[in-house]
Design a protein around this ligand. Structure first.
Ligand SMILES: NC(=O)c1ccc[n+]([C@@H]2O[C@H](COP(=O)([O-])OP(=O)(O)OC[C@H]3O[C@@H](n4cnc5c(N)ncnc54)[C@H](O)[C@@H]3O)[C@@H](O)[C@H]2O)c1
Length: 300
């Protein structure tokens, strides 16, 4: 297939590109930042805000993975207008361009944070969403709704993938595991917002990329899948795992941030049943691989 990956220069997108290439697909990356990981991938330089860029990039494309976004919740908090423009207007640009092209499907990279406003702890794809406490989540829910409307109104098949919190090589510096690892390797204390006892699931980025690729299966048309990790770990456990792998590191506690996803048990059984997807890498092995990658790439 001929596949466009928006945000393919980024963390999750670049791993998805690897999986798609390894499976023999032809891949074009749409991103405003250069794609730098392999030579057998076309980079289309453009911005989601420019509809002409988006339309041109979709020429002769069968499937679009839409991952480009303001992915850092702090950026969406600090710059709501920018977050809305990229995440919401950007998504409708993708959908509208797909509607006017021969593209047969749009697969959206969403987030398990969409469950953040719901009551209760156990979530699956049938859980009704409640008004989101965070602007970032509001932009992702709006994107999901646009996908739904486009498939209803224009018969454009869409798939929504709600990602758990990813970690692994090429992770953005602002995410929790990279921040902890960098501090630990620099001999600085690791700081935890709140008491660190809130649980999280983390999903290793290559597992997540695999789940994305499996969504190419026709069964995934007009469906929603959670792609989350398997193990529940607390932030404190993450810090302690890093402490164990790196050496003697101090752990300090600071005030909780507003609107933080408080931790839900999000089920990925639907993805297992229909796509045959299950995460394979456990947290200690994943962090070990990340530390190895980090040490090799520290100067980049
Ligand atoms: N990282 C996470 O914790 C996480 C969790 C759940 C869901 N997601 C979602 O997964 C997707 C990918 O996230 P990521 O962590 O790989 O983010 P990332 O920041 O590493 O990658 C995003 C990419 O989008 C590109 N981009 C941003 N604005 C653009 C624009 N206007 N035009 C073209 N390209 C633009 C950036 O250059 C970057 O390469 C996002 O949609 C994000 O919301 C991320």
């Amino acid at each position: 297939m001929r596949i466009l990956v928006t945000g393919g220069s980024g963390f999750i997108g670049s791993h998805l590109v690897d999986k798609l290439k390894d499976a023999g697909h032809s891949v074009r990356v749409f991103d405003m930042m250069p794609y730098q990981y392999r030579t057998d991938v076309e980079w289309y330089k453009g911005s989601l805000l420019n509809y002409d860029d988006v339309r041109m990039s979709m020429s002769r494309i069968d499937v679009v993975y839409h991952l480009a976004a303001v992915a850092n919740v702090k950026d969406a908090f600090n710059e709501p207008l920018y977050g809305e423009a990229i995440n919401v207007r950007g998504t409708i640009h993708i959908l509208e361009a797909a509607r006017h092209s021969r593209c047969g499907r749009v697969i959206l990279g969403s987030t398990v944070w969409v469950y953040g406003g719901t009551d209760g702890l156990d979530m699956d794809e049938s859980t009704p969403l409640s008004p989101p406490p965070h602007l970032y989540t509001a932009t992702k829910i709006a994107s999901e709704y646009y996908c739904h409307s486009y498939s209803e109104l224009y018969n454009l098949p869409t798939t929504i993938l709600r990602y758990g919190i990813p970690y692994g090589p090429r992770a953005r510096d602002a995410a929790v595991i990279p921040i902890f690892v960098r501090k630990a390797l620099n001999g600085e204390p690791i700081t935890i917002a709140g008491d660190g006892l809130q649980f999280r699931k983390f999903v290793y980025v290559e597992d997540l990329a695999e789940g994305n690729m499996l969504a190419l299966n026709e069964i995934a048309e007009n469906k929603i899948y959670n792609l989350d990790g398997r193990e529940m770990v607390t932030i404190r456990q993450i810090a302690e795992t890093i402490q164990k792998l790196v050496g003697n590191v101090e752990i300090q506690y600071i005030e909780k941030r507003p609107g933080d996803f408080s931790g839900k048990d999000v089920s990925s059984l639907h993805a297992k049943a229909e796509l045959g997807w299950e995460p394979k890498i456990n947290i200690e092995e994943g962090i070990r691989r990340y530390i190895e990658w980090f040490k090799e790439n520290e100067d980049n």
